[in-house]
Write a protein that binds this ligand. Structure first.
Ligand code: ZN
Length: 738
């Protein structure tokens, strides 16, 4: 008993100590050791260093899609280029399909309590007979000799016959098969949808071949297991892919179609060519009528489509006889890309109207903020319920009701997801960050440019995600669920609110509030240019943004990315003063020395401006201070200038812990307003509280902090002086008195 009592007293003492004298946390100290030490691979400026290197993996793949068994079988020759200074004894490959395999760790480490009356679907994956995962049939040298290999969940190690030296390349072959996942049961990024009304499938296929892991200067092999959420890390390479499908299927894929004359009808070829110079509107290459006709006459023949893609980090495709297909040309710098859409009739009339247009809008706006889109095509494929990105191709939701009608929300959701997924071409497909380790580098940066695109190209819709006002409600919520942005995605609870929205909002605030558009845009573009077709890390982004702007942002990275501190600024007090008139006549008066806290001296209540200004006295400058300087301070002139001025002493406190700029809106007696913007460094000597004096010509009647709510302040009640009655209570009161 006694022991408990003593502990309780100590705890209380600690809490009160923490509240009254919060420790200085060095919020404006440089990040120093928090960031990795710069080296000749990655410089202190955030740019790739003189000895930067990256590996390359080239693929020749042949796959067949079996529409009767809904399975994929294939073989590949991978040529791996060792550009590193290291000797490699083994290679690591990713077997993503294994994430659903019985022996994998995803199902066994997924948590959740049992619920009464849960939907049967909740248990579907646990009782399913579906056989998931790669069946790796063989791994061999190009001469046919088997290669020793070991599968560990979603990773496979291939042991090389001889160590691979710097500058050397090595080719080997893998053969495999797997069953395609039904999205209605398993979700997943890659999968199929079945349409019972016409008995056809729509396949959106990805992670369909054993893919090389990244080996880099930062962590060696990036072979962190796939747990279903944190995405992928892949090296660049050149792809040649042959895809065999039913003869009446239309295939959309990463890269350039190499054999149009073998797989397209004469009319399709003509219209496809026409689309390449159609800059204003999409050309419909396969119409709804033609697609609907094919749904009925299922071909038992096969066709092989050939694609090639250079300098991409992955390859994906979609295949169905249900596809309608349209395309148009988009001019980007000195290049022209084809924006294309593939969708079943279930996506119309919405998809025909909006999809390709959204692809075009995305390519244009992203190119402006990063680099000109360098690939030949950009494709949007319709799916029932997911949004997922791959180089040059992505799968997007947005389906009207059966009668073709759709709400504004369905249209907004569809445009939003297409802009987002096409935008992923830039982050992380070209600016190739490590998705498995750092989600915000692709989802956050992408969601941010997505918002810029939406605001610019769809001003009729109200967009929220990525704006401070969109994030503030989340930041007001349960703190124990929050994780710093630098947390690995697999450990995050509020994944969308943090890795997407909070990261995007951070960049939005940097652009709109902290740095300004000109400095931000230049630095952001510099980052994109430096790291296009390379592998950036968080420090490369942080350093480049400062290097190109001369804005010290270490405080921002520390607060916004490394903690869960929130912005909660408060106006504690505003005191109003005016100079005593007689003080200006220096000869007649003995000078009073005003010292210390004036308010406490007068004992006055400063809760509003009603009791008028407090008189203050100024002293003449001590002549000794003028010293040997020829011009001394003209006390009289200063005092005359202050004579009719209103002097305000404002005390602000930082209740949320996050240091942010201070934006003050002054409302004057004549109804006019003035907004004053003060950099975050105002908090640099005292992170919790500051007092500052402002001299104003006009009389102030109201002071508001962050008037446009651009700082994600979680409590705006205390941002106003004089204090307003609690608005919710006030509304209740109004209701009652009605
Ligand atoms: Zn995304």
């Amino acid at each position: 008993m006694r022991n408990i009592f003593v502990i309780a007293i100590i705890l209380i003492a600690n809490i009160s100590f923490a509240q009254t004298t919060p420790a200085w946390q060095g919020k404006f100290e440089q990040m120093g050791q928090t960031l990795p030490t710069p080296n000749e691979y990655r410089t202190g400026s955030g740019a790739p260093g003189p000895k930067y290197w990256q590996q390359k993996a080239d693929y020749e793949i042949a796959v067949e899609l079996d529409d009767t068994k809904q399975s994929i079988s294939g073989s590949e020759t991978i040529t791996y280029h060792n550009n590193s200074p290291d000797v490699l004894k083994y290679l690591w490959l990713q077997l993503d399909q294994n994430v659903l395999a019985e022996e994998n760790s995803l199902a066994s480490t997924t948590t959740g309590a049992l619920k009464d009356s849960a939907a049967a679907k909740t248990y579907a994956t646990q009782v399913s007979d579906f056989k998931a995962g790669f069946n790796v049939k063989n791994v061999k040298e190009v001469n046919g000799k088997p290669l020793p290999h070991t599968i560990n969940n979603t990773m496979m190690r291939v042991d090389l016959p001889q160590p691979l030296r710097p500058g050397e390349k090595y080719s080997f072959q893998v053969e495999w098969s797997y069953n395609v996942v039904d999205r209605s049961v398993f979700g997943q990024r890659s999968g199929m949808e079945y349409f019972p009304e016409d008995g056809n499938y729509l396949y959106t296929i990805a992670q369909f071949f054993p893919r090389m892991c990244v080996y880099d200067d930062y962590q060696g092999w990036q072979n962190k297991q796939f747990l279903g959420r944190s995405e992928f890390t892949l090296p660049f390479g050149d792809y040649k892919v042959r895809i065999t499908v039913p003869a009446d299927h239309l295939v959309a894929a990463t890269g350039t179609l190499k054999n149009p004359t073998e797989v397209l009808s004469q009319s399709e070829q003509t219209l496809f060519e026409k689309a390449k110079t159609s800059y204003d509107n999409p050309v419909i290459i396969v119409s709804q009528q033609e697609a609907t006709q094919k749904e009925k006459t299922k071909s038992s023949q096969k066709k092989t489509w050939e694609f090639s893609a250079d300098n991409v980090r992955d390859f994906a495709f979609a295949s169905s006889r249900k596809f309608i297909w349209d395309a148009q040309a988009v001019k980007l710098g000195n290049k022209t890309a084809l924006a294309m859409s593939y969708y079943p009739k279930e996506g119309n009339p919405l998809w025909e109207k909006e999809s390709t247009k959204a692809v075009k809008n995305t390519l244009e706006v992203y190119s402006k903020f990063t680099i000109d889109y360098p690939y030949p095509v950009a494709i949007s494929v319709h799916t029932a319920s997911i949004g997922m990105e791959y180089p040059m191709i992505c799968f997007n939701f947005g389906r009207p009701a059966k009668d073709g009608s759709y709400t504004p929300q369905v249209r907004q959701g569809m445009i939003g997801v297409i802009v987002h997924e096409v935008g992923h071409n830039f982050f992380p497909m070209i600016i190739n960050s490590d998705e498995r380790q750092t989600t915000w580098m692709d989802e956050g940066l992408d969601s941010f440019v997505q918002l810029l695109t939406e605001i610019e190209r769809y001003p009729d819709i109200s967009w929220n995600r990525g704006k401070p006002t969109g994030l503030a409600p989340y930041l007001k919520g349960e703190k124990s669920k929050m994780r710093p942005l630098m947390t690995n995605g697999d450990q995050v609870i509020e994944f969308g609110n943090e890795q997407y929205a909070k990261a995007a909002t951070g960049l939005y605030m940097l652009r709109e509030t902290v740095m300004g558009r000109e400095l931000f845009d230049k630095a952001f573009k510099e980052y994109a240019q430096r790291w296009a077709f390379k592998h950036p890390k968080p420090a490369d982004f942080f350093r480049t943004m400062e290097d190109a702007s001369a804005v010290d942002l270490d405080w921002f990275w520390k607060g916004w990315f490394y903690t869960t501190d929130v912005c909660d600024q408060s106006i504690d007090q505003v005191k109003w003063f005016r100079m005593r008139k007689e003080e200006t006549d220096l000869e007649k008066k003995n000078l009073n020395v005003a010292k210390g806290d004036l308010a406490s001296k007068s004992g006055k209540n400063y809760s509003d401006f009603s009791s008028g200004p407090e008189p203050i006295s100024l002293t003449g400058t001590d002549p000794r201070l003028n010293g040997e300087f020829r011009s001394s301070v003209d006390d009289k002139a200063i005092m005359q200038k202050l004579e009719d001025k209103n002097i305000y002493e404002v005390t602000l406190s930082n209740k949320g812990g996050l240091v942010m700029p201070v934006i003050i809106e002054w409302t004057y007696k004549d109804g006019t307003k003035e907004v004053e913007r003060i950099p975050a460094e105002i908090w640099r000597v005292n992170e919790q509280k500051f007092t500052k004096v402002f001299v104003k010509q006009k009389e102030v009647v109201n002071v508001v902090l962050d008037p446009k709510q651009e700082l994600t302040d979680v409590n705006v009640q205390d941002n106003v002086f004089p204090k307003r009655p609690d608005s919710s209570k006030f509304d209740e009161f109004k209701k009652k008195t009605k």
